[in-house]
Design a protein around this ligand. Structure first.
Ligand code: SF4
Length: 220
């Protein structure tokens, strides 16, 4: 078999690029500007269980847990508008849905995809399972408030500081304890706290009703 390595423009031929994607051991997802999956390599099938036929052409929401979708949409829309990521490109710990109905913790990097004129046309995500060393312990600590309790699993936190920026009166790493749900005094504050917790991208934060038992600390 004769392999045509590159086309007239000197870049890999589409066929070779496809083989390269499928030979990679990391899961590689290419998303267009509308958030639709355009490439889903073999490692994606192994990691997430969704077939290429299912994933390609579908909104990437199918692999994002519902409570993380708003945060994803905001970040993706603003990155497409600016043509650049807000983050430093470092791997982020997050949780993804699997085809079998379960979830998997992954470390994921993102990069913007630009055309040859520099216009952002989508994004590339590269994911691998969170290493054993970093596997969440689910050793959750509970922080009590008047209206709502918050639990925190430090093994899941990727220290992006989102909670601190969104609600500094509750999340303040210079204080001990660093989470103080008591500062959410009104129903409106409690609602803002719930939203902040729901938008935690890794699931490190969770909400617990004040009357829930301690052994229910993973709920919610
Ligand atoms: S939002 Fe979640 S992952 Fe980010 S710093 Fe807060 S607890 Fe950690």
């Amino acid at each position: 078999m004769v392999v045509t390595w590159d086309g007239a423009d000197g870049v890999l031929s589409g066929e070779v690029a496809g083989w390269a994607l499928d030979s990679a051991t990391d899961a590689i997802i290419v998303i267009d500007g509308e958030g639709l999956v355009r490439a889903w390599n073999r490692a994606c099938v192994d990691l997430f269980g969704f077939t290429k036929e299912y994933a390609v052409g579908r909104d990437v929401d199918f692999m994002i847990p519902p409570r993380l979708r708003d945060g994803h949409h905001r970040g993706f829309t603003s990155a497409m508008e600016r043509g650049a990521l807000a983050s430093d490109g470092a791997a982020r710990r997050t949780k993804s849905l699997r085809a079998d109905g379960g979830t998997v913790y992954i470390d994921m990097t993102f990069a913007m995809l630009h055309d040859d004129r520099g216009t952002a046309i989508g994004a590339v995500a590269v994911a691998r399972p969170a290493s054993d060393r970093d596997t969440p312990t689910h050793g959750r600590k509970r922080y009590r408030g008047q209206l709502v309790d918050v639990t925190f699993d430090s093994a899941l936190c990727n220290h992006n500081g989102q909670c601190v920026r969104n609600m500094p009166e509750v999340f303040d790493t210079s204080k001990r304890p660093w989470i103080n749900p008591e500062a959410a005094e009104s129903p409106a504050d409690a609602e803002r706290l719930r939203t902040t917790v729901f938008n935690c991208p890794t699931g490190a934060l969770q909400i617990l009703a004040p009357d829930a038992p301690d052994d229910d600390a993973s709920a919610g």
